[in-house]
Write a protein that binds this ligand. Sequence first.
Ligand code: ACO
Length: 329
Amino acid sequence: MSKQPVSMILGTGSAAPKKVLTNFDLEKMVETSDEWIRERSGIERRHILEDGKTNSDLATEAAKKALEDASLTAKDIDAILIGTVTPDMLFPSTACYVQAKLGAKNAAAFDLSAACSGFLYALTIADSFINQGDMKHILIIGSEVLSRWVDWEDRATCVLFGDGSGAAVLGPSDGKKGILSTYIKRDGRLAHLLNTPGGGASHPASHETVDQKMHYLKMAGREVFKHAVRTMADAAVHGIEKAGFTDHDIDLLITHQANVRIINAIGKRLKLSKEKVFINIQEYGNTSAATIPIALDEARRGGRLKDGQKCLLAAFGGGFTWGASMIQF
Ligand code: ACO
């Protein structure tokens, strides 16, 4: 028996900076090659936010498109939730800046930190807020400016990440369409494999933390890869089963876009044909919490995801965090 949905996606939007950095550009910056990056990760380009703009600018652009798609205005929004690990500032939240830029005068606003799983965590919270009945329309956003956190001299990380933002408006289900399952988990014992150690309470910013490059993102790529495949595949299976379906019922799989080899491994585990697995990592690289909402928006607008179809979202990220959600469109 499948669950009766409480909330549904009313609209989506996304935004990417105009400036593009190709693998060939990176060949001139660090010792790497277009061939290595494409073969190991599937990435060809990434978008980089111009100086003078910040995360909340990108998030606001994506949010405006999602509101327009939902035929709502900013005043209709009861809460703004942003999954991000690259906020405008440590505080106040990036969501507060977006609230002001949108003029969403009735909205509560907060950020949540779940790295690449941030959008799925936001979706889960928004679904449950709507279920409680106090809120009707919630703007959920995954938005990142990772270009400001990567060490552009470290070839092991700088080739992988990019900037972007994706948003969705959640509202009450019409009884047919909506969120059929949500599933979120974590294992904080593995935090050391993917983090930004400097600038927080553990290592407050100092000349020493800057000299040691502790304010940059650090990742044990090979180990993260193994966990990503296993936990995202397990999450996907839980997401399907919680919704009361099997892998045959999936029309489109959208996973976190960190590496094309990880995405294909999940598709294989669920025995999905290539047409049912959405991939856009070649264009954006890993935009952390933004990969899933950007992909969702592109899939809807590009006709890959149509009314009547079921989409499975699956994420994995620093923390470690992971999760999945089955959605009826
Ligand atoms: N160009 C050329 N060579 C490189 C580069 C580069 N950019 N980077 C690393 N290499 C070299 C390494 O030094 C290594 O050389 P060695 O064998 O002489 O030591 C070799 O290439 C292989 O390196 P690996 O790290 O083993 O390569 P791998 O096949 O594992 O791919 C990658 C690396 C792409 C990072 C992969 O491990 C990966 O995708 N990991 C998961 C990332 C992920 O899922 N992150 C999720 C969350 S992100 C978030 O939450 C913010």
